[in-house]
Design a protein around this ligand. Structure first.
Ligand SMILES: [Fe+2]
Ligand SMILES: [Fe+2]
Length: 265
């Protein structure tokens, strides 16, 4: 079973890159399920109904979130209505939406879990305890599981990889927007990568217009950030899972530059 996880899709450029790359890649690599982190997909901050529909029509099966999930008001309604859109599992109880879903494709099934770290991010519930409480029951429902560990600190992501090794098929990091080169299969058979990187504008400060980002660093004032334009990049990771055992047997990083219609604007 082949699973593709796409890193944080940033604004219009990111969506255009997905639309351009994904249909062919899916066919060429015989991909069964595609998951993308979409916390920055609407103008760089949050997710809307329309943007979610755009991404689904490009071939994505489920959208995960993170600390920016809440930036657009309509996410509350979207999370209630659309089971293919997740927010991190470890938000306090009562928060709208789910952090877990099951995708089905003919005879194949895949569980997707979204977690968020707490180091340099909001002090939400402990991601380790939250997944520990739910995982046995989830594993009874679905043996093959991908976890999007959305976190800032490398150590927290690596620790989650080892915490879940042998219990899920893959632990893949998102949020820092720069792809790391540490893909591996952990000893228990879990595919691991600290960060997938972003799918968005190349010439930017992690997806945002660089002049504004620089002004913020230089003046220490909260100038409004905006998603950058120009040439795009596609960052993803392809994981091959043995559906019988749930173990990963291959992990491959993908990073490529992509021209889009938005490249010159
Ligand atoms: Fe992000
Ligand atoms: Fe994030």
């Amino acid at each position: 079973m082949q699973i593709l996880m796409i890193g944080d899709v940033i604004g219009k450029v990111g969506r255009a890159v997905v639309a351009r790359v994904l249909p062919t890649l899916k066919q060429e690599r015989e991909i069964d399920f595609v998951i993308a982190n979409a916390e920055n997909a609407a103008g760089g901050f949050g997710l809307t109904h329309k943007v979610a529909e755009d991404l689904f029509s490009s071939g994505i099966d489920a959208l995960t979130g993170g600390n920016h999930s809440w930036n657009k008001k309509e996410i509350y309604e979207l999370l209630e209505k659309e089971k293919r859109v997740l927010r991190p599992l470890n938000y306090p109880s009562g928060v709208p939406g789910e952090g877990f879903t099951i995708l089905r494709q003919k005879t194949k099934t895949l569980g997707v879990i979204n977690l968020c770290g707490r180091i340099y991010l909001d002090p939400i519930d402990c991601p380790f305890k939250s997944i520990e409480e739910r995982l046995d029951k989830i594993r009874e429902e679905v043996p093959n599981i991908l976890v999007d560990m959305h976190a800032e600190a490398t150590s927290e992501k690596v620790a989650m990889g080892y915490f879940l090794d042998g219990k899920v098929s893959a632990v893949i990091g998102t949020h820092t927007h720069v792809q790391t080169a540490d893909e591996k299969i952990l000893p228990g058979g879990t595919a691991y990568l600290t960060d997938v990187g972003m799918t968005g504008p190349v010439d930017s400060v992690i997806g945002m217009k660089k002049d504004v980002a620089l002004k913020r660093f230089l003046a220490r004032l909260p100038f409004r950030l905006d998603a950058a334009k120009g040439k795009g990049q596609f960052c993803a990771v392809l994981i091959q899972i043995d559906p019988e055992s749930g173990r990963a047997n291959r992990i491959e990083r993908i990073q490529m530059e992509v021209e889009t219609d938005d490249s010159d604007s």
